[in-house]
Design a protein around this ligand. Structure first.
Ligand SMILES: O=P(O)(O)OC[C@@H](O)[C@@H](O)c1c[nH]c2ccccc12
Length: 263
C-alpha cells in the first residue's frame, strides 16, 4: 500500500474500516454482463454512456438519500443510464452488498461494485459485473486484476494520475477510470481527466469519474476522450431529497443530442 499520510482524514478512516471488514465465504463465480457492449448500445441509441451511481451519501455529500436502491436504479435506467454503480461501503456511504444484489436482480444493465477492495478475499462478498480496484490503495494491482478476472468480474481500475495509469496498464487493465476527485483533499478538478486521458491506449475503455454535474461537463469529458461517464452526486442530488433521478440522468445522457437545449 502506498503511504496514506497525505490522504484526507475521511479517506483514512474509510480504509481502516475496509481493513476491518471480513471477506466472503468461498470464491464467487460471476457471469458478467459486458460493459463495452452496454456502452456501445447506448452510443448506437444516441445516448451519452452514463454509469449512474446509487450512492446514499458520501463524505462530501450535502445530505443522505434513504430511497430504496432498487427504485433509484430503475429510475436511472429509465433515464437512459447505460450501467449502474452501487456503493457497497457501509460506514461512510451507507451502502451494502445486499443493495447491490437487489439492484442487479432488478435491472438488466451491467452493475459495478463500488467499494474499497484491498485484498483478494474482499472480492468474494457479492456478485457484480464490474469490480472497482483503486490503484492508489493496492500494492499488488497485477494480482488483484487477475484475481478479479478469475472470478468473472470485469475489473475497473481507478487512477488519478499518469503514474497510476502506467501501473494500471502494466497490470493488464482493459477498463480504466480516471477519478477527478483528489483523495488527498477530496476536491474535484475536471482537468485531471483531461491530463491523463491522452496517455490512455485506444483499446482501453476509458471512464471519466466524479465531478460531472452538467451537460456541459459531460460534453467536456467526452471531448477529452471519455467512453463513459461515472456520475453520482449530480444524479442523486443529495441536498434535495425528492430530486427526480430519472430526469437528472436523462439530462446527462442527452447531453450530445441536438434536440436538447444546450446548457
Ligand atoms: O458523485 P460524483 O462526484 O459524481 O462521483 C461519482 C464517483 O466517481 C465517486 O463516487 C467515486 C469515484 N471513485 C470512488 C471510489 C470510492 C467511492 C466513491 C468513488
Amino acid at each position: 500500500m502506498n503511504s496514506n499520510t497525505e490522504l484526507a482524514p475521511a479517506v483514512r478512516s474509510i480504509l481502516e474500516a475496509a481493513r476491518d471488514r471480513s471477506g466472503g465465504d468461498g470464491v464467487v463465480d460471476v457471469d458478467a454482463r459486458s460493459l463495452p457492449d452496454a456502452l456501445a448500445a447506448a452510443e448506437a441509441d444516441g445516448r451519452v454512456p452514463v454509469i449512474a451511481e446509487v450512492k446514499p451519501t458520501s463524505p462530501t455529500a450535502a445530505g443522505t438519500r434513504a430511497d430504496d436502491p432498487v427504485e433509484l436504479a430503475r429510475a436511472m435506467v429509465a433515464g437512459g443510464a447505460a450501467a449502474i454503480s452501487v456503493l457497497t461501503e457501509p460506514t461512510h456511504f451507507d451502502g451494502s452488498p445486499a443493495a447491490l444484489t437487489r439492484v442487479r436482480e432488478a435491472v438488466d444493465v451491467p452493475v459495478l461494485r463500488k467499494d474499497f477492495v484491498l485484498e483478494e478475499d474482499g472480492m468474494d462478498v457479492v456478485d457484480a459485473d464490474l469490480l472497482l480496484l483503486i490503484a492508489r490503495f493496492v500494492d499488488d494491482l497485477d494480482g488483484l486484476v487477475a484475481a478479479a478476472r478469475d472470478r468473472g468480474f470485469q475489473p475497473l481500475v481507478e487512477v488519478h494520475d499518469r503514474a497510476e495509469l502506467e501501473r494500471a496498464i502494466d497490470a493488464g487493465a482493459e477498463i480504466v477510470g480516471v477519478n477527478n476527485r483528489d483523495l488527498a483533499r477530496l476536491e474535484v478538478d475536471l482537468e485531471t481527466f483531461e491530463s491523463v486521458a491522452p496517455e490512455v491506449p485506444d483499446d482501453v475503455t476509458l471512464i471519466a469519474e466524479s465531478g460531472i454535474s452538467s451537460p456541459a461537463d459531460a460534453r467536456r469529458m467526452r471531448a477529452a476522450g471519455a467512453d463513459a461517464l461515472l456520475v453520482g452526486s449530480a444524479i442523486m442530488d443529495h441536498g434535495a431529497g425528492d430530486s427526480d433521478v430519472t430526469e437528472n440522468t436523462r439530462r446527462l445522457a442527452r447531453a450530445e443530442s441536438t434536440e436538447t437545449e444546450q446548457i
